[in-house]
Design a protein around this ligand. Structure first.
Ligand code: GDD
Length: 544
């Protein structure tokens, strides 16, 4: 009896041992298959990874759009939050793959406790997306840097497992952003730099946003792989908004802009009666059309027209109002590398100057007037509330200046920029090697810029040609005054805008354009530039 029991116990042990052995063998095979280098990727497939809100990562959205337009099945992997550009939701070859946010309970715990969990969660969710959920191994894997940790290591691993060609898109240096908070000598900054240099060193190709970044990284980190400078450029549909587009944008009571303008700026803006007029445009009768041109000699506005079908056949298209405030825009992610204190100080000075100039203008001295200035800052980000609280205190006493913050859907963003007179850029560059995408957006929308000076700014902004460069708030205030004096007939602004238009209009070799006598300053749309630089790179992978 005892022998039978012993035998059956052994049988169970053998059975379980056998099953365990089978399981381990299967795991070993899977492990081996997973980790051996492969070249069995699906041709014309790409995964684009951004460790951030996809809708707030324009360059990666444009990459995805361009790959899809070039026939690639494109998986765009990143976090949700803001609505992406419309084409990403309509192009048949694009799939948006949203990474899950870390569990909510982690938000209530201190960072030091949650950091390891968040990173582990991030690693698992990225690997899950790139290794399992994307069905076939992509031919190319494009990753944005920064952030570098953990993405650079993960794409190197996935590239090896799935046989993808890794392309690192260098937007900036991650360790330099960390150094803004911790200082260059901090241990974490040194570790971050080591990580970025080690895992970023080798790739199929490296893309850079500036020549300066390419030169620096090739020299300092001895990058291996093809190296291409792909400057940011605006999408083709960016343009200066027509009075009709401005009218539609500001008379649409459902957009966030109208919601901000109406209650909070009622005492600052000229009276408007949508759909006949907005603070910037109005529709006048044909007989009034000549007098409604945007000159300072414009007579008072025509009263709103009665809404009848007969009247509709008589009305003119909208024109810009002579009594509109000057709309100036800045665009940002409200991060510590942009000091909005500079802008606030400049606005304070402008307010004082406008008070002084405009009170003496009434004395018959014939001095030019400064207009009301509506400064609109677009974008979302961590320092927004801090600066907007300061603004709301300051502007209680202001008569000539208001500053608002607004977030626009991707579709409306270029229309809003294109409605402005010019832009302001406070990008200071943590590495001194990148360039502000917002300036590219503004140029695309026909706006010259006032830009804060830093080392490689001349790769984009040429003082006096497409914008003005300032070093501090006093200089910025002078430039605001210089450009806006006697607005809306502002001759200095008009000539800078004409110079920008000329620079971005004339094609060279049908591909790019250059400012007169500045060969380095090349211009084209994102699509033209992408096709020129990226097609030779990705054509190499095609096996027909
Ligand atoms: N939809 C929408 N987008 C907005 C809005 N406001 C700003 N943005 C987007 O946010 C960008 C500005 O964000 P920043 O983070 O300030 O970007 P940047 O300094 O101009 O440039 C960034 O991208 C470059 C690569 O493209 C990097 O090289 C650079 O380091 C930086 O990360 C704009 O270009 C625009 O795409 C808005 O209201 N709506």
């Amino acid at each position: 009896m005892s022998t039978t029991t012993t035998n059956s116990e052994w049988n169970v042990v053998y059975l379980f041992s056998g099953l365990a052995l089978l399981f381990l063998t299967w795991k070993a095979i899977v492990f081996f298959r997973l980790f051996r280098p492969r070249n069995e990727h699906a041709l014309r497939t790409v995964a684009v990874l951004v460790l951030g809100d996809i809708g707030r990562s324009p360059r990666m959205m444009y990459h995805a759009e361009s790959f899809a337009e070039n026939g690639f099945m494109t998986y765009l992997v990143g976090y949700g939050g803001s609505k992406p550009i419309p084409s990403l939701e309509t192009l048949p070859k694009i799939q948006l793959c949203y990474l899950p946010e870390p569990p909510i309970f982690l938000k209530s715990l201190p960072f030091i406790v949650t950091a390891p969990f968040k990173i582990a969660h991030q690693i698992v969710s990225i690997l899950n997306e790139l290794l399992i959920r994307i069905p076939e191994p992509p031919e190319y894997l494009v990753v944005q840097n920064p952030p570098s940790i953990p993405t650079l290591a993960l794409v190197a691993l996935v590239g090896r497992i799935r046989g993808c060609k890794v392309i690192i898109d260098w937007h900036n240096l991650g360790y330099s952003i960390l150094a803004l908070r911790l200082g260059n000598e901090h241990l974490f900054v040194k570790i971050a730099k080591w990580f970025e240099a080690t895992f970023g060193q080798s790739a199929y190709a490296h893309l850079f946003v500036t020549e300066a970044m390419k030169d620096y990284l090739v020299k300092e980190w001895n990058l291996q792989g093809q190296k291409i400078v792909l400057h940011d450029r605006p999408p083709k549909h960016f343009h200066h908004s027509s009075p009709q587009e401005i009218h539609d944008l500001f008379s649409n009571t459902k957009t966030p802009i109208s919601a901000i303008l109406q209650p909070s700026l009622a005492d600052f803006l000229p009276e408007a009666k949508p759909p006949y007029s907005t603070p910037f445009t109005d529709i006048s009768k044909p007989t009034d059309s000549e007098s409604s041109h945007p000159t300072s000699a414009n007579p008072p506005l025509a009263p709103p027209l009665p809404l009848t079908s007969q009247t509709y056949t008589e009305v003119n298209p909208p024109t810009l109002r002579a009594d509109r405030p000057a709309l100036v825009v800045s665009s940002t992610s409200w991060t510590p590398d942009e000091d909005f204190g500079i802008l606030l100080d400049a606005l304070k000075i402008y307010e004082e100057r406008a008070n002084a100039v405009n009170s003496s203008a009434g004395d018959g001295t014939g001095k030019a007037k400064l207009p009301k200035l509506l400064m609109a800052v677009t974008g979302k980000g961590p320092q927004r509330d801090m600066y907007m609280t300061q603004v709301s205190k300051l502007q209680k006493k202001w008569k000539w200046v208001r500053c608002i913050s607004v977030w626009l859907e991707a579709e409306k963003y270029p229309l809003f920029l294109g409605s402005a007179e010019f832009g302001v850029c406070l990008h200071s560059s943590s590495s001194a090697l990148d360039l502000p995408m917002k300036v590219v957006d503004m140029f695309g929308c026909g706006l010259p810029v006032c830009a804060l000076n830093f080392k490689c700014l001349p790769e984009l902004v040429v003082h006096g040609k497409n914008g003005l460069v300032f070093n501090d708030s006093a200089e910025l205030a002078k430039q605001l005054e210089f450009l806006l004096v006697s607005f809306p007939d502002a001759p200095l602004l008009a000539s800078l805008r004409a110079s920008l238009e000329q620079a971005t209009r004339h094609p060279i070799d049908g591909q790019a354009t250059a400012l007169p006598d500045t060969e380095e300053w090349k211009w084209s749309s994102w699509g033209e530039n992408w096709n020129l630089k990226m097609k030779p790179l990705i054509a190499g992978g095609v096996r027909t």
